[in-house]
Write a protein that binds this ligand. Structure first.
Ligand code: SF4
Length: 400
């Protein structure tokens, strides 16, 4: 019904590092060549945990945008924008909050986890509880079809789907819907109208998903329908409501997990990160001082790569022959740890060279980033306003 679209955001709470690159950015770079993508700096989300230290947010926002561009996000392919520059996110969040049961928010698994993980912060706030709902607004406002997520975020997408469904159920009701839908069916032409009715019956009476998919594909092809009729016919397939908000799908990302220098999750706050645009000497120094398998006290002691964080870097950065060389050399004490680390250092420096090059023009002239984001903000806002027009109308807030 609506064009396929991907939406994803990141919180600007500090410098980006290689964990972000391998965990998310590489996926974004791949997706931007496949579908229209909207990538946003989630500055309001950053406030949910950093409300007492907002200075870091503004600084990190610009750094983060340069990091995205450095990594290979292409503003001619993707729309890059700042969440708070599209205030309709907040409006939709507010409107959705009216009908979202509190229990839905409290049962989001990451809510309790985060409160435990960030025990040093007071997160018993209204904003923090509403964080997944703001996320839902961020996605639903663009009628996104796909949201790239890791396994742990799947429950958030499930909740977004429930919220969209509930919204459509509550507000997609239209006076005379049945008659209007049947008029719209006729506009399909007799052959298509018959097929539509057959597929609708098959789906509603026998729950055949294939029939639903076929009918949706047919509607996608029916160019002559107005947007309103199209929404009605999509809604009529599944019930008796217009579909105003679109249920997004979770797109599971197969991200390589790059741990921190000490083997824990890479995080600036743990002091175990390599920045996305780290200079060469620092990369080399950081890898050279990385801990290794504690069993290798002397050069002549054999080790076990499975107990060494450097091995996890090899799994991300090295080809099969190099990895075989590491396993053989480590377990037989045939190589030293410094020798073992060199291919990782070389690979990281090679990976980062084009990033430094891509970032340079933006560092030389920061107005380029400002202008690029201003364009992105406008483009995103246009889409958001389209959805909000329908949302306001459906909720009786159009005042025309
Ligand atoms: S040889 Fe390599 S894998 Fe083995 S302990 Fe040393 S750094 Fe780790």
């Amino acid at each position: 019904m609506y064009p396929d679209r991907v939406v994803s955001g990141m919180r600007p709470t500090g410098a980006m590092h290689l964990g972000h690159y391998h965990g998310a950015l590489k996926n974004w770079i791949k997706m931007q060549t496949e579908l229209p993508c909207l990538f946003f700096v989630a500055d309001w989300h950053a406030l949910t945990t950093h409300y007492d230290d907002p200075a870091v947010i503004e600084r990190s926002t610009w750094d983060m945008l340069i990091d995205w561009l450095a990594a290979g996000i292409d503003p001619s392919q993707s729309t890059l924008f700042i969440q708070s520059r599209v205030p309709e996110h907040a409006e939709l969040h507010l409107l959705l909050s009216m009908a979202t049961p509190l229990g839905w928010l409290e049962r989001v698994p990451t809510y309790k986890d985060q409160i435990e993980n960030l025990a040093n912060k007071d997160l018993a706030t209204y904003g923090f509880l509403g964080y997944p709902l703001l996320q839902a607004a961020d996605v639903l406002i663009y009628r996104a079809s796909q949201v790239p997520v890791g396994e742990d975020q799947v429950p958030h997408i499930e909740m977004m789907r429930e919220i969209a469904r509930r919204f459509n159920h509550l507000y997609g009701k239209e006076k005379g819907f049945e008659e209007k839908a049947q008029d719209a069916v006729k506009k399909l032409g007799s052959k298509r109208a018959r097929l539509y009715n057959e597929l609708r019956t098959e789906y509603q009476q026998h729950g055949k998903d294939a029939a639903l998919a076929q009918a949706k594909a047919m509607l996608d092809d029916a160019q002559s329908l107005s947007m309103g009729d199209r929404e009605r016919l999509f809604g009529y397939l599944e019930g008796s409501r217009k579909l105003i908000l679109v249920e997004p799908q979770a797109r599971l990302t197969e991200a390589a997990r790059l741990p921190g220098l000490d083997g824990r999750k890479m995080s600036k706050s743990y002091g175990n990160a390599i920045a996305l645009r780290e200079d060469k000497d620092t990369v080399s120094k950081k890898i050279k001082t990385m801990p290794t398998d504690p069993a290798r006290v002397r050069r002549s002691d054999a080790g076990d790569p499975e107990r060494c964080p450097v091995w996890q870097f090899h799994q991300v950065y090295s080809d099969a022959p190099t990895r075989a060389w590491v396993v053989k050399g480590c377990t037989s004490a045939g190589i030293g740890c410094i020798e073992c680390k060199q291919p990782v250092i070389d690979a990281i420096i090679k990976e980062q060279e084009p990033m430094h090059e891509r970032a340079q023009p933006y560092l030389d002239d920061p107005s380029l980033v400002r202008a690029m984001v201003a364009d992105g903000n406008d483009a995103a806002r246009k889409l958001a306003l389209d959805t909000m027009r329908d949302v306001r109308e459906a909720m009786g807030l159009a005042y025309t």
